[in-house]
Design a protein around this ligand. Structure first.
Ligand code: NAI
Length: 337
């Protein structure tokens, strides 16, 4: 069956890695009708908007998107496109699998965990105020509805994927009401719907220390929005960096697949960005679409390319001497060979 997928190249390294992912998916045998759409700083010139209505409506209509990163200005300027997209499409669960990869040497070779991040509220609600000159506030919004929904998603995911343990990172010793509610909902959902799944809670500062000391003790992490954002990057650092960690933003009707990394302005336009994270996100997307054979083909191909470690194939972030293009071509050759 032919699927229509919205492709948002995005900003910075986005167009380079999106092109790579598209080429790899097209070579996998999956039949995709790509609908290219604009979002991010680059969309402003043509649409006068960082998140054009046309883009939103297309994702609502076709329900699946593969998205490159978009730039968000710091300390002012327009609101994050990602935050808007996740809220408007109700993409409440971010799923970020983090695993040790063949041929990528890091301090650990036994990481196999999934970060589940609540994607719609917390401090990302963007409700900020200047109370008086020199005094500003940011409101952390936590609702029972969103906490229960993400907890239910996490435990269902554990059941579906044969995962054994969920650990919540929190700061409910300080944010007693907001993080307290997050914990209360996680405990209640676990008791009612997943008593067979091991469950524990760690104050996030200790959790981060435990993660870098021995990541193999974790299976699934469940976190509110801001903690999930930060801990995802920390986890990426355990397995080789942002170039190798994929992600999905899932809602009840739509799903947007994107890497954890940002638009990497420091390397944009240089043909050195690692496209693997977005290729892996595309594999998650193909599995979501039921294109499991194509997904498996791509996965085997990149594992093969990584495992044989020809430096001219690999991008510099994972110790290679190659480019975005050489890695993409090597993966496609491995699929065809
Ligand atoms: P970043 O993830 O873009 O880059 C952090 C570091 O990792 C940089 O040194 C970069 O070169 C490297 N890196 C990232 N992806 C890589 C890849 N595929 N291959 C090789 N190296 C890679 O984070 P940064 O610099 O904090 O943010 C840059 C912009 O991206 C900001 O405007 C930020 O708001 C945006 N951003 C967008 C995201 C999204 O669209 N999903 C997610 C995170 C940040």
């Amino acid at each position: 069956m032919k699927h229509t997928v919205c492709l948002i190249p995005g900003d910075g390294i986005g167009p380079e890695v999106a092109r790579a992912a598209r080429l790899v998916v097209d070579a996998s045998g999956a039949e995709i009708n790509w609908l290219e759409l604009a979002a991010g700083a680059g969309a402003v010139a043509k649409y006068g908007d960082v998140l054009p209505q046309e883009t939103l409506e297309a994702i609502q209509r076709y329900q699946v998107a593969l998205k490159g990163p978009v730039t968000t200005p710091i300390g002012g300027g327009f609101k994050s496109v990602n935050v808007q997209l996740r809220k408007k499409l109700n993409l409440y669960a971010a799923v970020r699998p983090v695993r040790s990869m063949p041929g990528i040497q890091t301090r650990y070779d036994n990481v196999e965990l999934v970060v589940i991040r609540e994607n719609t509220e917390g401090l990302y609600s963007g409700i900020e105020n200047e109370v008086t000159e020199g005094v500003v506030t940011s409101l952390k919004v936590t609702t029972r509805k969103a906490c229960e929904r993400i907890a239910r998603f996490a435990f269902r995911y554990a059941h579906e994927r044969g995962r054994k343990k969920v650990t919540v990172f929190h700061k409910a010793n300080i944010m007693k009401m907001t993080d307290g509610l997050f914990l209360e909902c996680a405990r209640a959902v676990r008791t009612a719907e997943a008593p067979d799944i091991e469950y524990n809670e760690l104050i996030i500062d200790n959790g981060c220390m435990q993660l870098v000391k021995d990541p193999s003790q974790f299976d699934m992490l469940l976190l509110e929005n801001l903690y999930g954002d930060m801990v995802s990057d920390l986890c990426a650092g355990l397995v080789g960096g942002l170039g190798v960690v994929p992600g999905a933003n899932i809602g009840d009707t739509c799903a947007v697949f994107e890497a954890v990394h940002g638009s990497a302005p420091d390397i944009a336009g240089k043909n050195v960005a690692n496209p693997l994270a977005l290729i892996m996100s595309a594999v998650m997307m193909l599995n979501y679409l039921g294109e499991t054979a194509a997904a498996e083909r791509i996965k085997n191909a990149y594992n093969h390319v990584l495992g044989r470690r020809r430096l001219e194939d690999l991008t510099p972030d994972i110790g290679g001497r190659g480019t975005t293009k050489t890695f993409t071509e090597a993966v496609i050759r491995a699929m065809n060979g």
